[in-house]
Design a protein around this ligand. Structure first.
Ligand code: SF4
Ligand code: SF4
Length: 402
């Protein structure tokens, strides 16, 4: 697909990058079948090819409208379309550029602005998010139902176990997880401790930056990335083996620091090192001897919902299921397991109707295998599934922490 840039975009690095990505698209439409939003609405413009076309139009004419913004907003950034594309179009990179250009040109309603500012200024800061959750619990019924049902259950702070093994790995606490599921990193630390690995958290690190990037606030995303790099750097220089991330969405974001900071003369090299060291927890565990964990599952039936970021982003489809089976769990079949659950970062808050329909489909698929427990690998999916699931929803590492 060829796009001649409008005069206003000539020399614009982002526009030129988008133009390069667009060239690979041959407009075949193979990607549409993989797209959950296209399946829901049946509208070509809610599928990858349609969105690519809208971005191309903007680049060529310099004009952009509210409907374009809405169709781009409705993308989950789940990445399911990328493996389906025979031409290797880097759709998510293109969307990120498209969204940020649209954001600068199409004003949003005050309601939309407020919701986005809440995400950027509160949710993506661990302490502020913890305070907001506390306040939310206190005012309870005064909150709209869709916010109320997403408030995580009260749980105290859990510090991870401090150990001193020769093998050391860094962990990211993130922004939402320390309040919503502090048991996740604690469980990872205990399991790794058993395997002779110390997990180290740096309190100066925080949100990975994914929320900001999804909301087209790329400068804020870069600021989060730089702060995390600074927090981790002394440990990296001291020789940590890996940066292990328990939330697959955050891990994917940290792996993308290299690209995010490639033009930053101070941080580009460090960002590349951080990205290269980053592993999802499943990658780390899959490479270890898990004989001590064999049989702990005692045949419990687990539906593992593989987050989009784990399967389409990290390319680790099937890895967690393999670990759980090695530990004596039975993993149940989930039809259409490549389809997003509707959580998608901030999506379940900003696009509640679409998110709810996707969740309903996902839970029907999950329950068809008659599991006894649902597991996930990403805090956002875990919280979203828990709003409607009839079974407990846990991070899979909790199943090994016994
Ligand atoms: S990222 Fe997901 S929702 Fe967005 S176009 Fe691709 S498949 Fe559709
Ligand atoms: S499958 Fe790839 S090449 Fe074909 S329309 Fe979709 S993005 Fe373009």
């Amino acid at each position: 697909m060829q796009a001649d840039l409008a005069a206003q975009f000539k020399g614009n690095r982002q526009a030129e990058k988008a133009q390069d990505i667009l060239r690979a698209c041959v407009h075949c439409g193979f990607c549409a079948a993989a797209c959950p939003t296209y399946q829901l609405t049946g509208d070509e413009l809610d599928g990858p090819r349609g969105r690519i076309y809208l971005i191309k139009q903007m680049l060529q004419t310099g004009e952009v409208s509210l409907p374009t913004q809405s169709h781009l907003d409705r993308c989950l950034t789940c990445g399911a379309c990328e493996p389906a594309c025979p031409s290797g179009v880097r759709y998510r990179s293109l969307l990120e550029i498209g969204r940020s250009m649209v954001e600068q040109r199409v004003p949003r309603s005050w309601r939309d602005r407020l919701a986005r500012q809440f995400m950027l200024k509160v949710v993506s800061h661990a302490k502020r998010f913890a305070a907001a959750v506390k306040l939310g619990r206190a005012v309870g019924r005064a909150l709209p139902l869709r916010i109320r049902e997403r408030l995580p259950a009260a749980s105290g702070k859990i510090d991870i176990r401090q150990t001193n093994h020769p093998r050391r790995m860094l962990a990211l606490q993130g922004c939402v997880q320390p309040t919503a599921a502090p048991q996740t990193n604690a469980a990872a630390a205990r399991v790794l401790d058993w395997l002779g690995i110390s997990l180290v958290e740096k309190p100066e690190a925080g949100c990975c930056g994914a929320i900001s990037l999804h909301l087209a606030a790329s400068d804020q995303a870069r600021a989060h990335a730089r702060r995390n790099i600074d927090a981790w750097w002394p440990e990296i220089e001291a020789g940590v083996e890996a940066i292990v991330i328990t939330a697959s969405g955050c891990g994917l974001m940290v792996r993308e620091y290299a690209g995010l900071l490639q033009d930053d003369p101070v941080y580009a090299e460090k960002a590349a090192r951080v990205s290269a060291l980053t592993r999802d927890l499943a990658q780390v565990l899959a490479a270890e001897n898990l004989d001590d964990f064999a049989g702990i599952g005692q045949g419990l039936r687990i539906a593992f919902q593989c987050p989009c970021t784990l399967q389409h982003g990290h390319g680790l489809d099937g890895v967690v299921e393999g670990i759980l089976r090695r530990c004596g769990y039975v993993t149940t079949h989930i039809p259409d397991s490549q389809q997003c659950c509707g959580s998608a970062g901030t999506y379940s808050i900003l696009q509640p109707e679409m998110a709810e329909r996707l969740l309903e489909r996902k839970l029907t698929a999950v329950m068809s295998g008659q599991p006894q427990l649902i597991a996930s690998a990403n805090i956002g999916c875990q919280m979203h599934l828990a709003t409607r699931a009839q079974l407990p929803v846990k991070h899979w590492i909790e199943l090994l922490n016994q």
